[in-house]
Write a protein that binds this ligand. Structure first.
Ligand code: PHE
Length: 455
């Protein structure tokens, strides 16, 4: 088999693995996507459902990816070949494709965060919402966007090229603690703002009426967000767990990763909403640009907003980086394991391809949506769904055995876990997939068709 003669790298320490998984999980999803989802989906009501999904869906699903990775010690394609073979190998391909597409535009959005960090240092945030919007449109597409997309991609390439211990593990040991310390610090700052109490009640006291009235949109949004934020459905956790050298308690590791991810998302809400309320910006402003437009406008309004904003966007950039390296590692591990390509060559070649694939997203926001919706609502859910079906229905014994390595006899928790995947996780993913496809169809025939007509 290709690559069998080269000893495969492993994490140097348990903390290294956990930090890498936390670094992957904590990203744009927590800091950019989460607050605007809360804003769009009705505040605290969404938060509550989201937390429920994290525990009931996210946790069991993460353990599935962990056991597949540790059991096979392979990249997603190799892993599926090893445990199932035949047509199931294509599921591994879906993972690679998903990681590839997501990273192409993730890097563009990450580029914006670098640009907005610099904008703060230039004291360039505009308090007027209309002007802030115009500024965003200018910076988010075109040459500016392409330049920062390239810069971000270059950093990702360098880290991944250095490998697991000297590249990824070293980088996350610096980045993840920094993210935690800065977010907590910013939440304390936000607490002192005058809009804080109004923001807390919006964020933290659910109106039950909202859940009853809008559950059809709250539920899929919360489920999708839970999967995305935990980096599930694209083989990241399979890949990271494949570098585990020793037996240890994967359930505990998973709980720690989820705890940190959820805490950071939650704390981000404690930062973002007080800032928005204090500056009088509406938190329900929809759209992908929301955080950039509305927060930048708020920073333009606040005393010392320029430096606070630079720290905020700088942290987002770091969080995006620690996620991007995990996506890149999925693709690189495949090429290294299965094709026997040198890691540095693989990282560089794939990085260039990703840069090119990201160009349409950097050219026009509609194209970014085209990629984002497809990867996020269809590919990611589809890959996740197929893996969950495979493992819970036909490989349950192997899965329970593997999970018990490092824990001991699971007793009735083993079947409980398998059944949690068999029905709740699978059903939620099927519903999410159907809704995702419908939504994508609407996008293709609506905004996208309009855009094409206008070209
Ligand atoms: N979990 C990351 C976030 O919250 C996004 C991500 C998804 C990263 C998939 C890697 C893989 O931003």
């Amino acid at each position: 088999m290709a690559g069998i003669d080269i000893p495969r790298e492993t994490w140097a320490t348990r903390t290294g693995f956990i930090l890498a998984a936390v670094g992957s999980a904590v990203g744009l999803g927590n800091i950019w996507r989460f607050p605007f989802q809360v804003g769009q989906e009705g505040g605290a009501a969404f938060l509550l459902i989201y937390l429920l999904f994290i525990a009931l869906i996210g946790f069991p699903a993460m353990l599935v990816e962990f056991v597949v990775g540790r059991h096979t010690e392979r990249n997603p394609v190799g892993a599926l070949k090893a445990i199932a073979g035949g047509a199931w190998s294509y599921v591994g391909w879906i993972f690679i494709a998903t990681g590839f597409v997501i990273l192409s535009y993730y890097s563009v959005v990450a580029g914006w965060t670098i640009r907005y960090t610099i904008l703060g240092l230039q004291d360039g945030y505009l308090a007027d919402a209309g002007e802030a919007e115009g500024q965003f449109v200018e910076l988010a597409s075109g040459l500016d966007a392409i330049f920062f997309h390239a810069l971000f991609m270059a950093v990702v390439i360098v880290i991944v090229a250095f490998g697991i211990q000297r590249g990824i593990e070293l980088a996350v040991k610096v980045m993840v603690p920094a993210i935690i310390v800065i977010t907590v610090g910013m939440a304390i700052y936000a607490f002192t703002l005058e809009g804080a109490s109004e923001a807390y009640s919006y964020y933290l006291s659910p109106e039950w009426g909202v859940i009853a009235a809008e559950w059809q949109s709250i539920f899929p949004a919360a489920a999708g967000q839970a999967f995305f934020t935990l980096s599930l459905g694209m083989g990241v956790m399979i890949t990271y767990a494949s570098y585990l050298g020793e037996d240890r308690n994967l359930a505990e590791d998973g709980a720690i990763v989820i705890g940190f991810d959820t805490a950071i998302a939650f704390i981000t809400g404690l930062i973002v909403f007080p800032i928005l309320f204090t500056a009088g910006v509406d938190p329900a402003d929809p759209g992908a640009g929301a955080i950039f437009v509305s927060l930048a406008a708020a920073f333009g309004d606040l005393a010392l907003g320029w430096i606070i904003g630079a720290i905020f966007f700088g942290t987002v950039a770091i969080a995006a980086l620690s996620s991007a390296i995990s996506l890149m590692e999925v693709v690189v591990s495949y090429v290294v394991d299965e094709r026997n390509v040198d890691r540095k060559v693989a990282a560089f070649g794939i990085g260039i391809a990703l840069f090119l694939l990201g160009l349409p997203s950097a050219y026009d926001l509609v194209l970014l949506d085209l990629f984002d919706l497809f990867a996020d609502q269809i590919l990611l859910v589809l890959g996740g769904l197929l893996l969950m079906i495979l493992v819970s229905w036909s490989l349950s014994e192997l899965a329970v055995d593997e999970l018990s390595r490092g824990i001991g006899d699971l007793g009735s928790l083993g079947p409980a876990w398998i059944w949690a995947v068999r029905i709740p996780v699978v059903v939620v993913l099927i519903v999410a997939l159907v809704l995702g496809i419908l939504d994508y169809y609407e996008f293709l025939t609506g905004p996208f068709a309009e855009w094409v007509g206008g070209q």
